[in-house]
Design a protein around this ligand. Sequence first.
Ligand SMILES: NC(=O)c1ccc[n+]([C@@H]2O[C@H](COP(=O)([O-])OP(=O)(O)OC[C@H]3O[C@@H](n4cnc5c(N)ncnc54)[C@H](OP(=O)(O)O)[C@@H]3O)[C@@H](O)[C@H]2O)c1
Length: 279
Amino acid sequence: MTAQADLQMSTALVTGASSGIGAAFAEAYAARGATLVLVAPAESKLEEVAERLGTRYGVDVHAVPIDLAEESGPDQLAKAVAETGLEIDILVNNAGFGTRGPYHELSADRDHREVMLNVVAVERVAHLFLPAMVARGSGTIINVSSTSGFQAVPYMAVYGASKAFVLSFSIGLWAECRPRGVRVLALCPGPTDTNFFEALGSQMSAGGRLRTTDEVVAAAFRALDRGQAYVIDGRLNFLTSNASRLLPRGLVARITERVLRSGSLAALPGAAPRSRRAA
Ligand SMILES: NC(=O)c1ccc[n+]([C@@H]2O[C@H](COP(=O)([O-])OP(=O)(O)OC[C@H]3O[C@@H](n4cnc5c(N)ncnc54)[C@H](OP(=O)(O)O)[C@@H]3O)[C@@H](O)[C@H]2O)c1
């Protein structure tokens, strides 16, 4: 079945579904007729998305407000899904955020939550649903990594490392799961027009066009149809991510450090946040 096919008998679980890329995945799956299980911490925002998609597409939507950065988050999610009686056919492990600044000055608590959400929850939530997918011989997992996963990112060191984990983890699962009928994809967006930069709480310089969330979702669906292990959204992001892989890692990190120290994100692969996010 292609990623674009009718999904009326399928259930898609999307984490971080209340805004940005997660909300775009939720809408794309609702448009294909899938039942949705949507997860995010802020209940009112999540309910709003759930109600809008349920009304617009006539699909069942379960809003599950859970903080996945908490140790107990994945277990709460398992319990909530069990209570719906649904089997999860599609998992979009999307929830994540970044922190930015010199590592020694950042909040240790916030960095810890970043690792819990971007790394630990991604792995634990995959564990919740992959065994049943393998047993059924079908299913899809999309783990949202980033172009930042391809190189070390000074001043966003925890974020870059967390996305490198997601990339490597996903490609490993992709190879394991291919012969078992389960598709796994690492989705690597570059700078995309979402609330990510507000959540990052940083001041960034102006640049070119941000990618749209619809473009990111379309790239993921194309990659799933082609059976790819990972996909970098956008041609410029593809070129810069791959260029950085050809150079020595230390050199790339030093150049990136110099540019990011000045407050620009231009050194990130494909990075070019536009001026409304800049200051
Ligand atoms: N935008 C980009 O440029 C970009 C580029 C590469 C990769 N990514 C990745 O794309 C993913 C989605 O980010 P986005 O750009 O769409 O940003 P976003 O608009 O800020 O969306 C983040 C989503 O994650 C949810 N979330 C935050 N903390 C959570 C927690 N503790 N537990 C559960 N859900 C939580 C948010 O819910 P609340 O609103 O309730 O907090 C929101 O639904 C992230 O993994 C991010 O790293 C983004």
